[in-house]
Design a protein around this ligand. Structure first.
Ligand code: GDD
Ligand code: MN
Length: 356
């Protein structure tokens, strides 16, 4: 058998009380295997780096010291870059990720998988010690990831912090990770064809404290937005919703502050919302797609919106009167078709992608 080297990348921040037991357990789990541990420490005030350094006399441990707390995801990347193994494991230092699972992950790679995820959410996996809210946040985070990123839809735990992969998966690939969820980045940008999940139990942290803060929740959402292929569609939806608010807000002012009659006030508010949406699309949704004259786009956008509303109206009437569909449903389907029309015309004919 050819000998392969396994690199285990462990990001640490104040894990002095965990690192010794972690390395011992890794060593025990990997008897007879050629491995190295790369600890990436962000200048932990508790002296984790020195403790880890001390272990390098007895175990194949290397420590990368970074000057300050630069974040979990970039720590992982620096560790991967500085490792030499054919296979790379990423795991936490706090023993919530049991090293005893690594041999099973390794077997999957040998079978031909490119990425193996230690998963809390496949049969046999679980989480210990989490209350209802923490579980709900985790599940919701995964649900949103699946909605926004088609590539992770078949994966039960795409935000696990414990995974293993062939070095080729990330070779020469530039990642721009943010916050905590490095695995998402790997799944979206990595070079691989087969992913496997191996169950494990996410343990209770016995020593030290978690570094996961509410700031990471915001980071998570913005991270998903940079990874999703639906960015333009989402922006278009946001602008459309804002336009509705503008429509109603202007109507309110015209009617109740200025006393203008409904017929005229309504028309003016519709126009205000169309202009609002146009400006936001120019400055935000399609800011890189402004080819040619702005006036032509403004006129076309009026046409597109008018057509969308017409389609909405006709669809709603046909569904209701011809097909006897219930009222709200008829209108909703109309809105949907109108939206699709406006979106399609906007992306294909008004703000076209420049041919590069
Ligand atoms: N170098 C470095 N720099 N390491 C860090 C930093 C940092 O800024 N922040 C955290 N770490 C290290 C910790 O020392 C620990 O070894 C590991 O990253 C995970 O940090 P925890 O604070 O224990 O995170 P968690 O348990 O809340 O979250 C874990 O589980 C999530 C699944 O629910 C992580 O594995 C997440 O990646 C995972 O998604
Ligand atoms: Mn933890």
């Amino acid at each position: 058998m050819v000998s392969v080297l396994i690199s285990i990348v462990v990001p640490t921040y104040n894990e002095r009380d965990n690192i010794v037991e972690l390395i011992r357990r890794i060593d025990k789990a990997l008897v007879g295997v050629d491995y190295e541990v790369v600890v990436v420490d962000d200048n932990s005030p508790d002296g984790t780096a020195d403790v880890a350094e001390g272990l390098s006399k007895d175990y194949p441990v290397r420590v990368i010291r970074r000057p300050s707390k630069l974040g979990l995801a970039t720590a992982v990347l620096d560790g991967v870059k500085n490792s030499r193994g054919d296979y790379v494991v990423v795991m936490d230092a706090d023993l919530q990720h049991p090293p005893e699972v690594i041999p099973r992950m390794y077997e999957e790679l040998v079978k031909g998988y490119d990425i193996v995820i230690a998963s809390r959410y496949v049969v046999g996996g679980s989480v210990r010690g989490w209350g209802f809210i923490r579980r709900l946040i985790s599940r919701t985070a995964i649900l949103i990831a699946k909605l926004l990123i088609p590539k992770v839809r078949g994966i039960e735990d795409p935000i696990s912090g414990f995974f293993m992969f062939r070095r080729e998966v990330l070779e020469d690939i530039s990642l721009s990770p943010k916050g905590f969820k490095i695995l998402l980045e790997v799944l979206v940008k990595g070079r691989y064809s087969r992913v496997s999940e191996v169950p494990y139990t996410f343990g209770v942290r016995v020593r030290g404290t978690s570094k996961l803060s509410s700031k990471e929740l915001i980071n998570y959402i913005t991270h998903l937005l940079t990874l999703t292929p639906y960015k333009t569609l989402l922006k278009f939806l946001v602008v459309g919703s804002l336009g509705t608010l503008v429509n109603l807000g202007v109507l309110y002012i015209l009617r109740y502050s200025l006393g203008i009659q409904h017929l005229i006030a309504s028309a003016l508010s519709i126009e205000a919302s169309v202009i609002n949406n146009y400006v936001l699309h120019e400055l935000w949704t399609f800011k890189d797609r402004r080819l040619g004259s702005w006036l032509v786009r403004l006129i076309k956008f009026h046409g597109s919106t008018a057509l969308a509303v017409t389609i909405q109206y006709i669809t709603s009437q046909i569904l209701y009167y011809v097909l006897s569909v219930e009222s709200i449903t008829s209108q909703f389907v109309g809105i949907l078709l109108g939206f699709i029309t406006n979106y399609t015309l906007s992306t294909r004919f008004i703000w076209r992608k420049s041919k590069s």
